[in-house]
Ligand binder design. Structure first.
Ligand code: IMP
Length: 421
């Protein structure tokens, strides 16, 4: 079974928790795009973790964790993350890194800061060098991690890539020297090389043997390079389309796609966010939901659930089911809003619009009765208050996809399986 877990909103939906949940039965977990901009929060018996690069299956010793070809890797940051895990007693031996994955080099981080600073309209990037690393990959200036094997050749490649970068953006020279870059990489290289291999045979064998392979998406559909709120997007494809190139899995082999959505909406970074609540309710959701970016610590802005975004994903990602996270956070609200369409140019639109139009669109809301009960102890759908059940059923109807999992707290066991017989 090839099972994809993807973000159905603007990222930070709670994919980490669900991948950790599904990973208990998975043989392999694969990250297929993105890099250290991710912040997958996981709470389990080992503690609370914000994983940036390492796949969320790492806590299950039998699960092989793959950083796929489409991922971009900052070697020193990955080493730091591995050390933090090891310090808490978690083995990282089952990590495998595709030799074709690209490096995020120190000068990509310099470039991210430099470009973001100079932009008139900020993207609000995570400053992890993600955009510049993908720019270099697409521009054919990038370096694949497998190239670190041959030290002499690697140094030559890095020297010329560094020189070319400094020629194109001379201002980066004030951020550091080639020696800074080289020293950092040399240290990380020793530690990472044992993990680097061709990941394709591993995945081919897993598919042939009908193993359970989980594909862990990073970010969400509204930050997708092609379908998100361009230019306020990331530089890769978080949608399921990104899997085929980024992991090396054929489209026909993916059998299950779980879209992860919160019961409300959040965003971090710039760009249109039509259901933003700039009021007490937005502040209530932010505070109750502890909505802070796991990588940057920035406050996430909050708003009502956006059905057009979920519909968009039902088509583009092919959800076979949805998981609704943080349902417990809605407790205490008199009524719960849901955006069913956008009003733009005198017409109603059932799907997201391109950025220029979305910036002017106004959401059309439907409201449902709220509930005051604490949901954190509920373990079945029937234990939820009727108002919460009705809200979930209404969202299912509006999107046209079954909501199979409901999360009522950060721990693994605070997950309700909602079977549809
Ligand atoms: P970048 O991926 O760092 O280039 O940032 C591009 C956009 O994606 C910005 O709006 C970021 O705030 C957003 N972004 C990147 N990674 C995450 C994440 O893990 N969660 C939420 N937003 C993210």
């Amino acid at each position: 079974m090839i099972h994809a877990v993807v973000g159905a909103q603007y990222g930070d939906e709670g994919k980490g928790k669900m991948v950790d949940y599904f990973a208990a039965k998975a043989d392999i977990v694969v990250r297929y795009q993105g890099g250290g901009n991710a912040g997958h929060t996981i709470v389990n018996e080992f503690g609370k973790f914000a994983l940036h690069l390492v796949p969320s299956g790492i806590f299950h010793p039998h699960t092989v964790c793959v950083l796929g070809t489409g991922v971009v890797i900052h070697p020193a940051n990955l080493v730091r993350e591995l050390r933090q895990l090891e310090e808490k007693g978690i083995s990282t031996k089952q990590l495998v890194i595709s030799e074709r994955a690209h490096l995020v080099l120190p000068y990509h981080i310099w470039q991210d800061a430099y470009e973001e600073e100079r932009r008139q309209k900020k993207v609000g990037t995570t400053l992890q060098g993600i955009g510049p690393a993908y720019q270099d990959k697409v521009g054919r200036f990038g370096i694949q991690i497998g190239e670190m094997v041959d030290l002499g050749r690697f140094r030559d490649r890095l020297e010329s890539a560094f020189a070319a970068k400094m020629e194109r953006i001379p201002a980066l020279q004030s951020y550091g020297t080639f020696s800074d870059v080289w020293d950092e990489l040399l240290e990380a290289r020793e530690i990472l090389l044992p993990y680097v291999q061709d990941t394709l045979p591993l995945l081919m064998q897993a598919v042939e043997e009908d193993k359970h392979v989980l594909l862990e998406g990073q970010l969400g559909i509204m930050r997708d390079l092609d379908w998100g709120v361009y230019p306020y997007v990331t530089s890769s494809s978080p949608i399921t389309g990104g899997i085929f190139a980024g992991a090396g899995i054929s489209p026909t082999s993916v059998g299950r796609v779980t879209g992860i959505t919160k019961a409300y909406a959040t965003a971090v970074g710039a760009g249109p966010f039509p259901t933003l609540l700039n009021d007490d309710i937005g502040a209530y959701l932010q505070e109750r939901g502890e909505e802070f970016g796991a990588t940057t610590g920035r406050q996430r802005t909050c708003g009502w659930l956006d059905i057009p975004t979920l519909r968009y994903g039902a088509w583009l990602n092919g959800y076979t089911e949805l998981a609704m996270m943080k349902l417990d956070i809605l407790t205490g609200l008199d009524q719960i809003g849901v955006c069913t369409a956008y009003d733009w140019n005198g017409e109603q639109h059932r799907l997201p619009l391109p950025t220029y139009a979305l910036e002017q669109a106004t959401p059309v809301y439907e409201y449902f009765p709220g509930f005051s009960d604490d949901l954190s102890g509920c373990r079945t759908f029937e234990e939820l208050p009727i108002a919460a059940q009705n809200f979930v059923l209404a969202v299912e109807q509006l999107v046209g996809v079954a909501i199979t999992y409901l999360s009522v707290g950060p721990n693994r066991d605070q997950t309700i399986v909602h079977t549809h017989s």
